[in-house]
Write a protein that binds this ligand. Structure first.
Ligand code: GRG
Length: 313
């Protein structure tokens, strides 16, 4: 029952809004925890160059959204931050490797990422490919060797989930269709949906689901959280497409206007900016509706869903 003196949440009248919840403070705190764990995850040993290249991109900033989501769903499902931190770090290692490879001349050919020269511009293509490979394999080693106080079966499920998100059924598959669609501005909405649910959505979904698996969430709650993640994943990509048009290179930390220049099919191209914004909002509302059963501990996930459409980079 709602306690007195607190406003009622418009979507969830059965519980109250935690008016003391401060998203920007939460993000700053969580980001700092993740940065610290990432910094101590890789030390520089011989052959120094590859470890330096891996750290160059891994510690280059970024919103750390995937680790933060993973920690949040672990806590929501009754676990704690320590249980999920190795998986949270692995998610960021995988995400970073995908950015390094995506930026290569053979793919998106970008010079800037997270406000810095891309890995291949700084270290050369050979080392950038290997830095990506190094981060990918280390991500799995890190989960397997560093996760504590979690049953091995759950760690195994997390490893399998992460691997699926990386491969042809996830990021790799999405990237392949994205590359094949280059220069074709008339691709169908179905193809665009496939690209984004795989290229962007798969890892966001794995982030949300893996945190909950580690904490022992029920199958029903895992399905609810999956649907939450699918909705925010698509909303995230629509906003990414919008920002490519509306934000500056300085705001984004990467080259703005690339989609238009490459005549890429995006949601704003198909729907226009206004409809794209409306669709993103609808998806976020759908995502939040999935959280109804979780009670008051759900504030971070509600706020993170809102952040996904209000962000400026
Ligand atoms: C994972 C084995 C394996 C291969 C990767 C290159 C590739 C295959 C896939 C491309 C995936 C890709 C780059 C998707 C784009 C996802 C996306 C929207 C990135 C931007 O994410 P943000 O905004 O970035 O969270 P920050 O810098 O804040 O972390």
């Amino acid at each position: 029952m709602p306690k007195t003196g607190h406003p009622i949440h418009p979507m969830f009248p059965q519980f109250q809004i935690d008016t003391t919840f401060d998203l920007s403070n939460y993000l700053v705190e969580r980001k700092a925890l993740v940065e610290k764990a990432l910094d101590s995850s890789i030390s520089i040993v011989y052959p120094e160059k590859i470890y330096e290249a891996m750290r160059y991109s891994l510690l280059a900033g970024g919103k750390r959204l995937r680790p933060i989501l993973c920690l949040a769903t672990c806590e929501l499902s009754g676990g704690n931050i320590e249980m999920a931190m190795p998986t949270a770090c692995a998610l960021e290692m995988i995400h970073t490797m995908s950015l390094i490879h995506d930026d290569l001349p053979a793919m998106d050919n970008d010079d800037y990422r997270r406000g810095k020269l891309t890995n291949h511009k700084f270290y050369g293509e050979d080392i950038a490919i290997l830095a990506g490979d190094g981060l990918l394999s280390y991500a799995f080693e890190f989960v397997a060797t560093q996760t504590q106080n979690v049953l091995p079966q759950k760690v195994l499920r997390v490893i399998a989930r992460l691997a699926k998100a990386c491969g042809a059924a996830g990021l790799v598959g999405g990237q392949v269709v994205d590359l094949a669609s280059e220069g074709i501005s008339q691709i169908s909405e179905k193809t665009l949906h496939f690209i984004h649910t795989h290229k962007t959505g798969a890892l966001l979904e794995a982030s949300v689901v893996c945190g909950a698996i580690l904490a022992g969430a029920s199958q029903t709650n895992l399905q609810r959280l999956s649907r939450y993640a699918q909705n925010i994943g698509l909303a995230f990509q629509i906003v990414d497409d919008i920002l490519d048009i509306t934000a500056t290179t300085e705001e984004l930390g990467k080259t703005a206007g690339k989609d238009l220049a490459a005549q890429k099919a995006t949601y704003p191209v198909i729907w226009g900016l206004e409809k794209s914004r409306c669709q993103a909002q609808k998806l976020v509302d759908n995502a939040k509706a999935e959280l109804e059963v979780f009670g008051e501990k759900v504030m971070p996930l509600i706020a993170l869903a809102d952040f996904i459409i209000s962000r400026s980079n």
